[in-house]
Design a protein around this ligand. Structure first.
Ligand code: THU
Length: 161
């Protein structure tokens, strides 16, 4: 029997004011697009913005439905758009933020498991790590060097080969 330990390092900023200009602009854009979410059922508006290696940015927001499971998270809306509009262009960074209309929005957002899986496959597909900047409308900001760190022992295409 052997014990294995998985840990990872990430950066914690007290607020988005402490980020580089480029990162702060991406966070500001993610916060801004939260208002474009269609989230009448949860009132939890999520915005995600990708900075691509060609310098372009693409945004996505969560899109809900009266048939709840049909709703799509902002991160997957975003990556579907990126893949459709800029196929083959790597994603450098994704900033994700949220506005909780029923409560506070001052803790970094935590992407759901399906979105983690989706982001990791996108990384692998383009063989390029995706950096994540997680925040709310205010407060602490987490910078995760690459998406797969949020999905240890994850399932991938390699497992099916
Ligand atoms: N949601 C996202 O869009 N991204 C996340 O990282 C967390 C959750 C959405 C799904 C649903 O529309 C609402 O937030 C509440 O769960």
């Amino acid at each position: 029997m052997d014990h294995q330990k998985i840990s990872f390092e990430f950066e914690v900023y007290a607020s988005s004011d402490q980020l580089t200009k480029e990162d702060a602009a991406l966070v500001a854009q993610a916060r801004e697009v939260t208002s474009l979410a269609y989230a009448p059922y949860s009132s939890f508006q999520v915005g995600a913005v990708a900075l691509l290696s060609n310098g372009k940015t693409v945004s996505g927001t969560n899109q809900e439905n009266a048939s709840y499971p049909i709703g799509i998270c902002a991160e997957r809306v975003l990556l579907s758009a990126v893949s459709s509009v800029y196929p083959g262009i790597p994603v450098e960074t994704i900033a994700i933020s949220y506005h909780n209309l029923n409560g506070k929005s001052d803790r970094p957002v935590s992407p759901c498991g399906i979105c983690r899986q989706t982001m990791v496959e996108y990384q692998e597909r383009l063989a390029h790590p995706i950096r994540l900047i997680l925040s709310g409308m205010e407060g602490k900001v987490y910078v995760i060097p690459q998406a797969d760190l949020l999905l240890p022992l994850g399932f991938s295409g390699d497992d099916i080969k």
